[in-house]
Ligand binder design. Structure first.
Ligand SMILES: [Zn+2]
Length: 169
């Protein structure tokens, strides 16, 4: 065992150091050999202290409150303060425009008209009328999409028929 005083490697079970004659501690040596002993003992072992515990992440309440929980953020993002409405009514204007461009112009145009009425009725305080116009806009948008799909199917059918007719004769 290693002498705690001079580091000499003594025979196992020796009671005194063969190099410095100091009293050796009773074998086996205690496991925490790094404590109370000279570090340059021949182990090549530096008793590195355990790293301090990493600082705990900041408490979530402050972070969440500053970022998410503020009512100002929600109001800015969703409910526009000028309307003061808990559930804004969708005007389906984008859908109506897309339906008009992509599918069927006359039906989609009706949807756009109703969609434009939603905001004007809302501005006038006509909540019921705005909801009705919103539903109408959605309905006409779907009609435009459906009509466009039917037109497309019919056109495809005509093309298919003509191709078959050309190939058949
Ligand atoms: Zn010794």
């Amino acid at each position: 065992m290693n002498c705690p005083y001079c580091g000499f490697v003594n025979a196992e079970g020796a009671t005194t150091c063969a190099s410095c004659d100091q009293q050796l501690p009773a074998a086996p040596p205690p496991p925490p050999a790094g404590y109370g002993q000279p570090p340059a003992e021949g182990y090549g072992y530096a008793p590195a202290p355990p790293p301090p515990a990493p600082p705990a992440p900041p408490a979530p309440p402050a972070y969440g409150q500053s970022t998410y929980g503020q009512p100002a953020y929600g109001q800015q993002g969703y409910g526009q303060p000028s309307y003061h409405q808990p559930a804004p009514i969708k005007n389906h204007l984008v859908m109506a425009i897309l339906a008009t461009l992509c599918c069927c112009v006359p039906l989609g145009a009706v949807g756009i008209i109703f969609a434009s009425q939603v905001n004007s009725k809302l501005a006038a305080g006509d909540i019921a009328g705005a909801e009705k116009a919103s539903k109408s806009a959605l309905l006409w948008s779907w009609l435009a999409i459906g009509g466009g799909a039917l037109i497309g199917i019919g056109y495809a059918a005509l093309v298919a028929v003509s191709v078959v007719a050309d190939s058949g004769f």
